[in-house]
Design a protein around this ligand. Structure first.
Ligand code: MN
Length: 382
C-alpha cells in the first residue's frame, strides 16, 4: 500500500527535504502547513495535491485560499488550522518540522488523533515533556525521531527505545562555527558569522542554536524524554566531522555508533520508512576519503548554554520549557543584532527565576511560563 504522510512546517529546511524524500519514495502527501510563506506553500499544493493545507498567519492563509481556489485543497488558518490538518489528515505518519514552541500543539494533535509522529521539532518534547509522552502512551503510537542524533541513538538501540542494558548515551555535536574560540573572541561576532555553519544545512534559528550549543542542550533534554535516560547518563562529545551521529554505551562498555554523511534526508527517510530501509538519495559514506575523525570535550565555559539545559532538565517540571522560551527570544534578539553572542547564556538564565517549581503541569502552565520567560529576557537586556 502506498504510504501517506503529512508535513507540518513544510516550507522550512526539514519540511522541504521531507517532501523531497516523499517524492522519491512515491508517498502521497495528504497535508502541508507553514507559518506564512504562501508562495512556497502554493507551489507545494500544486505539486503534491494534498487534501488539506494551513498557514498559521491568518492574512497569509486568506491570500493562499484565493491563489489555490482552482484546486481541491482545503485551506485552513491559525494554530487551530494547523492542528486540524494534523488531526484530520489521512496520513499514517505526520512529520512535525515546525520551528520552536509553536510545534507543541500540533504534535499533541497528531498523537491524540492516533497517528505516528515523526518528530523534527525538538522544542515540542523539551517544553511539553510528559504531556507529549502521555499522549503517545494513550494511543499506543510511536514518536519516531527525525533529529539526526536521536535517529542515530534509536538505530543503535535497534529500534527499541527503552533498552535495560543501556548505560549511557554519547550525544555528538559538530561544535558549530565558534568551536575553539574564547569568550573574548566571541564578543563581537554577528548572526552572519554564525550562519557560516560548517557541516549541516539548516534553518536560521537552529543554526544560531548550533553556534551557541543551545541546540545540543535541547537535544540532551529530547534524548532524556525519548529514551528514558537520566541527564547525568547523557554525555556530549564534540565531533567536528559530523560523521558519527551519536553513540550508545551498554552495561558491558560496548559502544555502538551510527555513521553516515551529514545529510538530513537519511534520518528523515528512516523515520518515514521505519522499520524498513530503502535506498537513499544520499551518497555512500567513504571513510578512507574522510581520513580521520576527531573528538573533543565541549568547552562548558564558552558554551554555557549546555549547562543551562542540563540544569533545567535536572530540575525538571517547567524549567525546560522556560529555558527553551527564553532561548527562542534571545536567539531572535541576537539575529536582529540587538544583543551580543556572550549575552545569550546570561539572558536565558533569567528564566529560572520567573518559573514556578512544579512537577506536574498543564498546557496552560507552559504558555504562562513561555510569556514570563520571554519577558524576563527582554527586561534584562542592558
Ligand atoms: Mn540534531
Amino acid at each position: 500500500m502506498k504510504k501517506a504522510i503529512a508535513v507540518l512546517g513544510s516550507t522550512g529546511s526539514i519540511g522541504v527535504q521531507s517532501l523531497d524524500v516523499a517524492e522519491k519514495s512515491d508517498y502521497s502527501v495528504e497535508a502541508v502547513t507553514a507559518h506564512r510563506d504562501f508562495k512556497r506553500l502554493e507551489e507545494q499544493i500544486r505539486k503534491f495535491k494534498p487534501k488539506y493545507a494551513a498557514l498559521s498567519d491568518i492574512a497569509a492563509a486568506a491570500e493562499l485560499k484565493l491563489r489555490v481556489k482552482d484546486t481541491s485543497t482545503k485551506v485552513f488558518s491559525g494554530v487551530e488550522g494547523i492542528c486540524m490538518c494534523a488531526a484530520e489528515t489521512d496520513a499514517d505518519t505526520v512529520i512535525d518540522s515546525i520551528v520552536g514552541l509553536a510545534g507543541l500543539r500540533p504534535a499533541l494533535a497528531v498523537l491524540e488523533s492516533g497517528k505516528t509522529l515523526a518528530l523534527a521539532n525538538k522544542e515540542a518534547l523539551v517544553a511539553g515533556g510528559h504531556l507529549v509522552l502521555d499522549a503517545a502512551k494513550k494511543t499506543g503510537k510511536e514518536i519516531l525521531p527525525v533529529d539526526s542524533e536521536h535517529s542515530a541513538i534509536f538505530q543503535c538501540l535497534q529500534g527499541k527505545p527503552s533498552n535495560k542494558a543501556l548505560k549511557k548515551i554519547i550525544l555528538t555535536a559538530s561544535g558549530g562555527p565558534f568551536f575553539g574560540k574564547t569568550r573574548q573572541e566571541l564578543k563581537n561576532v554577528t548572526a552572519a558569522d554564525a550562519l557560516k555553519h560548517p557541516t549541516w544545512d539548516m534553518g536560521a534559528k537552529i543554526t544560531i542554536d548550533s553556534a551557541s550549543m543551545f541546540n545540543k542542550g535541547l537535544e540532551l533534554i529530547e534524548a532524556h524524554f525519548l529514551f528514558g535516560v537520566a541527564p547525568e547518563n547523557i554525555d556530549v562529545l564534540v565531533h567536528r566531522e559530523s560523521i558519527i551521529h551519536s553513540m550508545v554505551m551498554y552495561d558491558d562498555n560496548s559502544v555502538i555508533a551510527q555513521l553516515g554523511l551529514s545529510d538530513m534526508r537519511i534520518p528523515i527517510q528512516y523515520a518515514l520508512t521505519y522499520p524498513e530501509r530503502y535506498p537513499s538519495p544520499v551518497g555512500e559514506l567513504d571513510l578512507s576519503e574522510i581520513g580521520k575523525l576527531t573528538f573533543y570535550k565541549p568547552d562548558y565555559e564558552v558554551f554555557d548554554c549546555l549547562n543551562i539545559c542540563r540544569e533545567a532538565i535536572t530540575k525538571g517540571g517547567l524549567y525546560p520549557a522556560a529555558v527553551n522560551s527564553a532561548n527562542e527570544e534571545a536567539n531572535r534578539l541576537f539575529r536582529e543584532g540587538k544583543i551580543g553572542f556572550p549575552d545569550l547564556g546570561r539572558l536565558i538564565r533569567t528564566a529560572f527565576d520567573v518559573t514556578p517549581d512544579k512537577k506536574d503541569f498543564t498546557l496552560d502552565d507552559i504558555y504562562e511560563t513561555d510569556k514570563a520567560a520571554r519577558q524576563a529576557v527582554n527586561n534584562s537586556i542592558i
